[in-house]
Design a protein around this ligand. Structure first.
Ligand code: GDP
Length: 427
């Protein structure tokens, strides 16, 4: 049985908490795309953690966590994360790093940084983690796989080929110093020793697990809007954020995925550059207040600490997000955050050139879209930590009913706080 947990929106929907919850009943949790450029927040008995590369099953002894072949593996960052867990008293996770995953190199981080510098005011708002150059290199076939670390002549040959191209770019386009392949080679060999105990044949492991009827969770990073094909091009990430890509990035057969849980917040939040289209954005004092009250510590990026832009729930974007994710159910997080409001707006349509649509437009039109709002009454009652759905105030339930109708996907889980037990199941 394979389930995928993915984002319906711009990322930071609270997937970490839902994955953490469902990981308890799983045998295997697999990250299938992205890198250390985003984080999942998990709050448990050990403390508060922002995981970037490690799958969210890292806290359970019975779970095998897999860094799938689709992930951009930055070994330095993974090592720091593992050390952080050990220092917090968490037992070393049961981890397999796919030998087919590719390595995010220091030159990817440099290239990302130089390119954002070059773009100046037109920058993409990259986290400068090297993700875009990493995936570009993968498709240009100059990426280096984890298995290459264990074949030194091949590693040297692959590295020389990549560094030759990088140095032409760095010296001539960015006017920056060349990088030394020899130094990098030595560094890779020492990093190899850190990950050696974890590297394995994840493909065979996963297929064997499927034969044995094990339960597998695919853990997505970011959300549908950030998909480089179906998202808000070009303000996307560089790997596919859709559940469908789990079949590639985790080597799972497409027919095996039975359940796609799309996570969405009860309001919108979006991290990234100011130039990103964000139709239902709430600006000014009202936006500041929602940002301050959002999430568990205000809406600030788990990886970058950057303030997130916030807005009203957007049913146009979320219906589309659920549709392209193939959502079978939705987990709605952060409903408790909205308890302070007298009235709550929901963006239920986009007006583009005088026409109102409920269909999510192509990026060229999205820039001109203006929100059409429906106003619903608030509930003005603290609901933090409520665990019985029926005990929620009538207006809170009416709000959830309304969203469900608009996004055309059943909302089965409603989260009422950042902690693991602060959750209700909606029958
Ligand atoms: P992810 O990348 O999708 O895992 O999302 P993040 O973990 O980066 O962001 C979600 C934020 O919301 C974190 O600060 C969570 O602790 C917090 N959070 C998750 N669910 C809830 C909830 O139901 N209520 C509140 N108040 N915060 C929540």
């Amino acid at each position: 049985m394979v389930k995928a947990i993915v984002g319906a929106n711009w990322g930071d929907e609270g997937k970490g908490k839902i994955t953490d919850l469902l990981a308890e009943q799983s045998d295997i949790v697999i990250r299938f795309q992205g890198g250390a450029n985003a984080g999942h927040t998990i709050i448990n008995d050990y403390g508060r953690f922002a995981l970037h590369t490690l799958p969210s099953g890292a806290f359970y002894k019975h779970v095998t966590n897999i860094i799938g072949n689709g992930v951009a593996l930055d070994i330095r960052k993974l090592t720091a994360e593992l050390t952080g867990l050990v220092e917090a008293g968490v037992p070393a996770p049961n981890l397999i790093i796919s030998e087919r995953a590719q390595l995010l190199m220091p030159y990817h981080v440099l290239q990302d940084t130089y390119e954002e510098e070059r773009l100046g005011g037109h920058a993409f708002g990259s986290t400068k983690s090297g993700i875009a150059p990493f995936y570009s290199d993968k498709y240009a076939k100059i990426g280096i796989q984890v298995c290459d670390l264990f074949d030194e002549p091949r590693l040297r040959e692959r590295l020389n080929r990549a560094v030759e191209i990088k140095n032409i770019l760095f010296e001539n386009m960015y006017h920056k110093p060349a990088i030394q392949a020899d130094e990098l080679f030595d560094e890779l060999l020492s990093l190899r020793e850190i990950i050696r105990p974890y590297v394995g044949d994840a493909v065979t492991f996963v297929h064997q697990a499927l034969k044995e009827g094990k339960s597998i969770l695919l853990e997505g990073q970011l959300g549908a809007m950030k998909d480089p094909d179906l998202g808000i091009v070009p303000m996307t990430t560089s790997s596919h954020t859709l559940a469908g890509f789990g079949c590639v990035g985790a080597a799972i057969p497409p027919t095996a995925v039975e359940d796609v849980i799309c996570v969405s917040k009860a309001y919108s939040s979006c991290v990234g550059s100011q130039t990103e289209p964000f139709v239902s954005e709430l600006l000014g004092e009202a936006g500041d207040e929602l940002r301050r009250r959002g999430g568990d510590k205000g809406e600030f990026g788990a990886t970058t600490g950057r303030p997130r832009r916030v807005g009203w729930f957007d049913t146009v974007a979320t219906r589309y997000g659920c549709m392209i994710q193939g959502a079978t159910q939705v987990a709605l997080t952060c409903l408790d955050v909205l308890s302070y409001l007298d009235e709550i707006q929901v963006c239920t349509g986009y007006e583009i050139d005088g026409q109102v649509t409920k269909n999510f437009p192509v990026p060229a039109l999205l820039e001109r879209a203006k929100p059409v709002f429906t106003t619903l009454p608030g509930w003005k009652e603290d609901i933090r930590g409520i665990t019985d759905y029926d005990a929620l105030p009538a207006n809170a339930k009416a709000y959830v009913d309304f969203l469900e109708q608009e996004i055309e996907t059943p909302i089965t889980i409603v989260s009422t706080g950042p902690k693991r037990h602060e959750i209700t199941l909606r029958g």
